[in-house]
Design a protein around this ligand. Structure first.
Ligand code: ADP
Length: 309
């Protein structure tokens, strides 16, 4: 009998279908495109940040992945699955911005509901998240603050032991201490179980040191997508005298002059020309550079002007 050689963990990960794979993905609401022409892949096991200004299409993207929103065109495979099967739903947890919970339930009843609805429920992790926040098990959901409800939602989402955890602006209403603590718990759980996390956030420092994959969404388009280190390695933050000649337009993302110094974010890993000095940008430098220059490298028309043209 032929026994195939054992797979290494690396081979196993490479063989697994991507957590998300979008091809030509678009979503229209009442004739207006919220997302269009999106092509990207998020490999399994990644912590992916979805970043972009208000109205960019981040929630729509997460809703498509959670199968709560149907695409108008193109597709988004989740672990290779193009549709919305019960098996896939069991593998995915989604925490929406509005965090729907039953206000009349107590915290204990909410967790019990999670246990009864989810065959792979982890009581230990869900209780730990609630207890870290010093929430009383007998407190009614309706009496909790926004941040406390977030904690219960995250306890439900993690208790399900999903393979993919989708978090839409999860930490916005938490105080910095709770945010730090919950982020730590999320990351430790993800590392233990190989969970893929896709989280949208406005709070850029919240993502630094946490994400290893990036989707930058602007005006319904994917502007940057890929491994975070590769993206950062492919950019330079230049500093130079105010009169330094502007870098070539085809690589320039953003240039700012303050007093006698100028800075420029460029999309190249080549050493800078002329009087510029270059360094690898931080995540915040990169994101702010792109967010401040929504039109750089893009047609000036908006998504819906383009669609109408
Ligand atoms: P973000 O999460 O980045 O703030 P959204 O995905 O919520 O962006 O929204 C993208 C665009 O789609 C916005 O112009 C928004 O008004 C529109 N949109 C989102 N959801 C709906 C909906 N249910 N009905 C109509 N328009 C919507």
């Amino acid at each position: 009998m032929n026994i195939p050689p054992a797979e290494t963990p690396l081979e196993a990960a490479a063989a697994e279908p991507a957590a998300l794979e979008a091809t030509g993905l678009g979503k229209q609401y009442k004739g207006e495109w919220a997302l269009r022409g999106c092509d990207f892949t998020v490999p399994a096991g990644r912590i992916c940040g979805v970043v972009g200004p208000n109205g960019a299409g981040k929630s729509t993207l997460l809703g498509l992945a959670a199968r709560l929103v149907a695409p108008t065109e193109g597709g988004l495979r989740v672990f290779g699955e193009p549709g919305a099967t019960a098996e896939l739903r069991a593998r995915v947890s989604y925490v929406a911005q509005d965090k729907p919970l039953y206000p009349g339930f107590t915290v204990a009843e909410t967790l019990r509901m999670g246990r009864e609805l989810n065959p792979a429920w982890d009581d230990e992790v869900s209780h730990r998240i609630v207890e870290q926040g010093e929430l009383r098990m007998r407190a009614r959901i309706g009496s909790l603050s926004g941040g406390q409800r977030t904690r219960v939602s995250l306890a439900l989402a993690l208790g399900k032991t999903p393979d993919l955890l989708l978090l839409d602006e999860p930490m916005a209403d938490l105080d910095p201490l709770a945010r730090h603590q919950l982020m730590g718990t999320l990351m430790a759980e993800a590392a233990d179980r190989g969970t893929t996390i896709v989280l949208s956030s406005h709070i850029l420092p919240e993502l630094d040191g946490v994400i290893d994959h990036l989707l930058l969404v602007q005006r319904g388009r994917i502007r940057l997508a890929g491994d975070l280190d590769d993206i950062l390695d492919g950019h330079r933050l230049l500093t130079g005298p105010a009169e330094a000649p502007a870098p070539p337009a085809d690589v320039l993302v953003e240039r700012r002059v303050g007093g006698r110094r100028a800075t420029a974010l460029v999309r190249t890993d080549a050493p800078p020309d002329g009087p510029w000095e270059g360094e690898r940008p931080s995540l915040e430098d990169l994101l702010l550079g792109y967010l401040r220059s929504p039109a750089a490298g893009q047609p000036s028309a908006t998504l819906n002007d383009e669609a109408a043209a």
